[in-house]
Design a protein around this ligand. Structure first.
Ligand code: CU
Length: 266
């Protein structure tokens, strides 16, 4: 990987691919590295193709006698298969291995993330055109009086996994936090999941990345990453306020679900 990253330096900053926002997450480098690796391979293949084409142009001048080939003979098949196999082994093979390792080892490891101390669980309900988010509160159970419910303004602690379960009440949206290198679609009738761990504090933008209607462009929010102690204080105060404001008859406000062990609501 080291040589690949050195090559990437030629056309981007160290480990930060061109045009990507600053990476504020613990594991975002795995996404960036996959993008860098893909870009390096694409550039190498592009240069090889251009050199090959230029070579054909300059070596085959007016004096060269053209030979017709329909490409159906064994020799052509053999060359095609060989080049395809080479590209698969050299380019797709490592990409497949690395990305699979990153996905199953980190990004799909919800059990591991939830087991870590201080992990925060958040339910997100997307709708035209805003993000509602619900925290279970001190009792650890969703849809009770002490739940914290926020609109477009999610607060999380630094250095702990934050696990989201996401759904939508109307159309398909996509919950994306570019600085934290995470995105997942919000699909009506289904609960999708994603998690990240912020390595630094700050305010980062949430955007909807599926065109979801006339005001899609307005569907933005923020994730504020606070130091752990500050987050705990915020959660405590906000939950007390939420408990006071709780109205058991306001059915529209009770949209939460039991935290799902798997990704679908039955
Ligand atoms: Cu949307």
């Amino acid at each position: 990987m080291h040589s690949l990253n050195c090559l990437a330096l030629l056309f981007s900053g160290p480990f930060e691919p061109v045009n990507l926002l600053h990476d504020a997450s613990e594991f975002g480098w795995k996404i960036d590295e996959t993008i860098t690796e893909t870009t390096v391979f694409v550039v190498i293949l592009f240069i090889m193709t251009v050199v090959w084409m230029l070579w054909s142009v300059f070596m085959n001048g007016p004096t060269h006698k053209a030979v017709f080939e329909d490409g159906a003979d064994f020799k052509s098949w053999r060359w095609t298969a060989l080049i395809a196999a080479l590209i698969f082994i050299v380019v797709d093979g490592p990409l497949l291995v690395h990305s699979t390792e990153f996905m199953w080892g980190t990004f799909f490891d919800f059990k591991g993330a939830e087991a870590k101390p201080g992990a925060v669980r958040i339910e997100v309900n997307a709708h035209q055109w805003a993000w509602n988010a619900r925290y279970a509160g001190p009792d650890g159970t969703f849809n009770t009086a002490d739940d914290i419910v926020v609109l477009n303004d999610i607060v999380v602690p630094q250095g702990a996994p934050v696990i989201f379960q996401i759904t939508s009440t109307d159309v398909i949206h996509s919950f994306k936090i570019p600085n934290l290198r995470m995105m997942v679609d919000a699909v009506p009738g289904t609960v999708t999941r994603m998690w990240f761990q912020a390595k630094e504090t700050g305010v980062f933008e949430i955007v909807c990345s599926q065109h979801c209607g006339a005001n899609h462009y307005k569907m933005r929010g923020t994730v504020t990453v606070l130091p752990k102690a500050e987050y705990d204080r915020w959660a405590q105060v906000t939950s007390v306020n939420a408990t006071r404001a709780f109205d058991s008859k306001d059915m529209e406000a009770h949209w939460g679900w039991d935290w799902a062990e798997h990704s679908r609501i039955e």
